[in-house]
Design a protein. Structure first.
Length: 209
């Protein structure tokens, strides 16, 4: 059995429709703390033969584009060649504590870390898997590029458990209605990126059946 982890349902829904019977989808929640709790609980129930940390990533390297599939598969030898054959790009990921919302922040992280892409859960997911000697890989899709600001500071819209607070979102949009169109564009981009990620994951995992 293979376990594919996503932080939130918006990342996972497209893949759920394509996943085979030998694949389980786990929603971890946003951030390292939630990812750690979810992984320990899942692995206590059963031990998969492969774990993939998946979902959206932000671009730090300027040439990465919206919809690019990026991965790190050290130690999972059969997955890397299949991803390369499917057009995915090997990258260095940097795991952060909060959502990176501005191009200025991304430029700073690129200079400081030398990483190509940024996300929030994979370091913890990979750490838990390595503790238990489970092969693990990161396969993600670029949603926002290095030169792009997100339309909202989503960190301000999360509750104490790093879940999106619908009330805070509604209040923010009521105060700044001009942000609604930008948020709708982001949702459309998110859906397209999730669909592309789902196709690549399904194809690569299908080769391993």
């Amino acid at each position: 059995m293979r376990l594919v982890c996503f932080a939130v349902k918006e990342e996972a829904n497209a893949f759920r429709k394509l996943a085979g019977e030998a694949v389980e989808v786990l929603l971890t929640g946003i951030g390292r703390r939630n990812a750690g709790k979810a992984m320990h609980a899942a692995l206590a129930a059963h031990k998969p033969d492969l774990v993939i940390s998946s979902g959206f990533a932000g671009g730090l390297r300027p040439d990465l584009k919206l919809g690019d599939i990026v991965f790190s598969a050290d130690g999972e030898s059969s997955l890397g060649p299949a991803l390369l054959a499917g057009g995915a790009k090997p990258v260095k990921f940097h795991c952060v504590e909060k959502i990176v919302t501005s191009a200025a922040e991304k430029r700073g992280l690129w200079r400081q870390t030398g990483a190509d892409a940024v996300e929030m859960e994979s370091e913890t997911i990979c750490g838990v898997c390595r503790e238990q000697s489970i092969p693990v890989a990161i396969v993600r899709v670029i949603l926002d590029t290095a030169d792009e600001d997100l339309p909202l500071d989503f960190n301000q819209l999360l509750d104490a458990d790093q879940r999106m607070d619908a009330g805070k979102l509604a209040w923010t949009l009521a105060r700044s209605p001009a942000k609604i169109s930008a948020l709708l564009r982001l949702q459309k981009k998110s859906a397209a990126a999730a669909e592309k990620l789902a196709r690549v994951l399904s194809d690569v995992l299908g080769r391993r059946e």
